[in-house]
Design a protein around this ligand. Structure first.
Ligand SMILES: [Mg+2]
Length: 132
């Protein structure tokens, strides 16, 4: 499985690297914002999933989702992960095509469960336990 993680925090990127290495030995590519992520996708569209931060410089997660729609990258499932605890933010992400939403901070098992659900095709998955 190949994952693109998009987040402007180096610490969080390092954590994703470790988490996804442990999870089915995923191959991980990383981007620091939406612009970088589009750059990665312009060279390689072969990702099984995108893990997307909401708040990032240059192009945030919601803007990136809009761009994905335009560029026909919609076949790649996106899981939005954000510190936003408002239900509105999650719904906005889902409306723009996110397949799942998880609030930071999260436990590794929560991420794995959501990723499993999305990969199993039971998306869209709105993880509402903390945001409602
Ligand atoms: Mg951020």
């Amino acid at each position: 499985m190949k994952v693109l993680t998009v987040d402007d925090s180096r610490l969080i990127q390092r954590m994703y690297g470790l988490l996804f290495m442990k999870y089915k030995n995923c191959e991980v590519a990383q981007a620091g914002n939406g612009v970088e992520a589009l750059e990665v996708l312009s060279h390689d569209k072969d990702f099984d999933m995108i893990i997307l931060d909401m708040n990032m410089p240059l192009m945030n997660g919601l803007q990136f989702l809009e761009k994905m729609k335009e560029l026909r990258h919609r076949h790649i499932p996106v899981v939005m992960i954000s510190t936003e605890d408002k239900e509105k933010a999650a719904l906005q992400a889902m409306k723009l095509g996110a397949w799942g939403y998880l609030r930071k901070p999260f436990k590794s098992e929560e991420l794995y469960t959501l990723v499993d659900q999305v990969m199993a095709g039971s998306a869209p998955v709105l993880k509402t336990s903390r945001i409602c």
